[in-house]
Design a protein around this ligand. Structure first.
Ligand SMILES: NC(=O)c1ccc[n+]([C@@H]2O[C@H](COP(=O)([O-])OP(=O)(O)OC[C@H]3O[C@@H](n4cnc5c(N)ncnc54)[C@H](OP(=O)(O)O)[C@@H]3O)[C@@H](O)[C@H]2O)c1
Length: 268
């Protein structure tokens, strides 16, 4: 690396929540940023704020549900002669209406945004990182990826399980290359996520305040785990207890417990 060259990180889903919080953490640590999501307004407002840290911030809007988006992002970044030293695959959403009540297009979009796009972006940017002997890849998965299946948001947990396992595999492959890979597995986090999926009222009454974490806390934990090159991190003591329980309970028992949880939220 040229002496004095600042590192640049690409963050997907940076217009809100955990992605925006991670952008603030990286800007504070002296990184330049490439922010992407569909909504330009919040991205531009965040970019303006991050200039306050002295960061060079590039905004590129795109819709990761479009299968062509990862390649388009890669090309748009290459056209600007930017070098991506870090990638945060964070964009995501869930649908909780039930498998049959959710349009096939929405299922396809979930898979593209949270599974296909992270894989493709990692495949596009990791070779350059490995060649330069430095890279950071943070995949924002979920506690849901470590829990038994739920009804209602049938695909969300399996997509996040995939992301955790794929991150762990890439973490092993990249060992010794200077490229760190971590799956970040938040539990309930205060962001726009539950407004977007329409469950804000239900989850707020079902889960006490102590079960919720701030996006800022989750982002700090994710940053530190990636720097330490941990394959996976789950922020919060209680979330680790839940993940541990899920691992050790018999499948049928765990499934019954989580099935009850989905019913409480009136998903099924
Ligand atoms: N909040 C939680 O309780 C929680 C728990 C565990 C894991 N997570 C995970 O954390 C990640 C971030 O979620 P969040 O909680 O921060 O939610 P959020 O506040 O709703 O933010 C989601 C971000 O994803 C972007 N996004 C959604 N669909 C997109 C698309 N088609 N193309 C491009 N960008 C898209 C949104 O931007 P635009 O709308 O501008 O496109 C937004 O920036 C997700 O992967 C989520 O699964 C969240």
């Amino acid at each position: 690396m040229n002496p004095g060259r600042r590192r640049t990180i690409l963050i997907t889903g940076a217009s809100a929540g955990i992605g925006a919080a991670l952008a603030r953490v990286y800007a504070a640590k002296g990184w330049d940023l490439i922010l992407t999501a569909r909504r330009e307004g919040p991205l531009e407002a965040l970019a303006e704020e991050l200039h306050g840290y002295g960061a060079v911030v590039t905004v590129i809007t795109d819709d990761l549900a479009d299968p062509a988006a990862p390649r388009r992002l890669f090309d748009a970044i290459a056209d600007r002669s930017l070098i991506v030293d870090g990638l945060v695959n964070n964009a995501g959403f869930s649908r909780t209406a039930g498998f049959l009540q959710t349009e096939p297009e929405a299922h396809a979009a979930m898979i593209r945004v949270m599974l296909t796009a992270p894989v493709e972006l990692a495949r596009l940017f990791a070779p350059g990182m490995a060649e330069r002997g430095f890279g950071r890849i943070l995949n924002v998965a979920s506690l849901a990826g470590q829990m038994p299946a739920t009804g209602g948001d049938t695909l969300y947990g399996p997509i996040k399980s995939f992301l955790i396992k794929a991150s762990q595999g890439l973490h092993l492959e990249m060992a010794g290359s200077g490229v760190h890979v971590t799956a970040l597995c938040p539990g309930y986090t205060l962001t726009e996520f539950h407004d977007v999926n329409g469950t804000r009222a239900e989850v707020s009454s079902a889960y006490p305040a102590w079960m919720w974490q701030t996006a800022e806390h989750v982002a700090e934990i994710g940053y530190a785990a990636l720097e330490a090159n941990r394959p996976k991190v789950t922020p919060g003591f209680m979330n680790n207890v839940l993940a541990g329980l899920a691992k050790h309970l018999p499948d049928a028992t765990a499934l019954r417990m989580v099935g009850g949880h989905a019913k409480r939220l009136k998903r099924i």
